[in-house]
Design a binder for this molecule. Sequence first.
Ligand code: HEC
Length: 124
Amino acid sequence: MDNQLAQSYAWLNRLTIIIMAVMLVIGFGILGIYWQRSADPYAYQVLTLDGDPQNGLAIFQINCAGCHNLQVERSVGPRLENISKRKSSRNIITQVTSGRTPPMPKFQPSKKEMADLLSYLNTL
Ligand code: HEC
């Protein structure tokens, strides 16, 4: 009888540990999502949108092609072929919106425009 009781306690203990572990994982998951949203809501929302590469091409030609000329070997900015393999989407968004690497200016595209631009850059 005592032995049985001890066994069921051990089982209860194990169950408690499992439940606590699951709750911890869920808690950190929610915290992670919340942190991502609040750390950079602009990038987070851009990444939830479906970009239109056709529109992205138009935006690129107006704003970027002057420096990032895909035909010319040497222009002001580097060539952007395979950029999506070299830089993460988040880093590309930062590159475009931060103005941290002069002479590249700081751009302020709407979220939709940024998503379009990103989807075009992904085709290069
Ligand atoms: C005035 C010229 C200029 C314009 C306009 C410009 N860029 Fe740039 N861009 C640069 C230069 C210069 C660099 C290199 C900066 C560095 O890393 O020091 C660069 C770097 C980049 C990079 C990083 C390239 C790499 O290999 O890591 C990306 C991505 C980029 N530009 C995208 C854009 C997009 C998209 C636009 C249009 C919205 C744009 N640029 C407009 C000059 C420009």
